[in-house]
Ligand binder design. Structure first.
Ligand code: 5RP
Length: 252
């Protein structure tokens, strides 16, 4: 349901132009309204989730949230959460997480997601898979009709050992979808991007539909050498979308 007026702390300024980062922040702040004292919280990763982490830290400092335990989904979020004063733990100590808040790269009409452009998909999937409630925060640019259909990659985390072999196996799986499997690199020297878990990422680009997502997911996970992939199927319980015209909250 559209919630009118949520973007207007300054509705007297009709010319207010919101940047994409403003939209991310608006979605993040809305999600933090779901947080209650005493919760074990999954803390997401990325430029949207970082606004939520900052806000949670602020509310703790103000004494408005008490007894929060944060479970970070990356080393980067671990650092940020510590810097804003969120007490941290892990899934070994807290195997049930009350609520996770995280961004996404793509959201389809059924609330299936692609995640992992930031490279944190494995820890995200572990933490968010352990959550009672998983609130996804995005600006409207992340909405797609079909996962992997927007020309953006579906990331797959693979072990470093013989990654080329695994990449060609992945590409062959989706030959009919016109799949191209590329090792993720960074910097001018094009060094392989290494995840928090010391693995590589193979980005899958599709020219045609992936087909049935569950079938695709099972096929990818069935390959030795694959650790996890970035399709988060049937995991999100709520998606908060911030757009120029306001906030939309979609529930599963
Ligand atoms: C990291 C992720 C991020 O949540 C996703 O990439 C969205 O990032 P951003 O909020 O910066 O657009 O899955 O692994």
């Amino acid at each position: 349901a559209m919630e009118a007026g949520l973007l207007s702390p300054s509705s007297s300024q009709p010319s207010l132009i919101l940047t994409q980062d403003d939209l991310k922040k608006i979605a993040a702040y809305k999600a933090v309204e779901y947080v209650e004292s005493g919760m074990v919280l999954g803390l997401g990763t990325g430029s949207t989730a970082k606004h939520a982490v900052a806000r949670i830290g602020e509310l703790i400092q103000q004494g408005k949230l008490k007894n929060i335990i944060g479970i970070p989904t990356s080393k980067m979020t671990h650092e940020q959460a510590l810097s804003v004063g969120i007490p941290l733990s892990d899934l070994d100590s807290y195997p049930v997480v009350d609520l996770a808040i995280d961004g996404a790269d793509e959201v389809d009409p059924y609330l299936n997601l692609v995640k992992g452009r930031g490279g944190s998909l494995l820890r995200e999937k572990m933490v968010e898979g352990a959550c009672k409630k998983f609130v996804v925060i995005v600006d409207e640019s992340k909405l797609v009709n079909h996962i992997g259909g927007s020309g953006l990659a579906v990331p797959v985390e693979v072990i470093q050992f013989c990654w080329k072999f695994t990449a060609s196996k992945l590409q062959n799986l989706f030959e009919e979808s016109g799949c191209e499997a590329k090792l993720r690199t960074f910097g001018e020297k094009k060094e392989p991007f290494v995840t928090d878990n010391k693995n590589y990422i193979i980005d899958l680009y599709f020219k045609k539909s992936i087909g049935d997502l569950k079938v695709a997911s099972d096929a990818i996970l069935n390959l030795a050498g694959v650790v996890e992939h970035g399709m988060f199927l049937d995991m999100a319980t709520t998606v908060i979308i911030a757009g120029e015209l306001g906030l939309t909250v979609k529930n599963k």
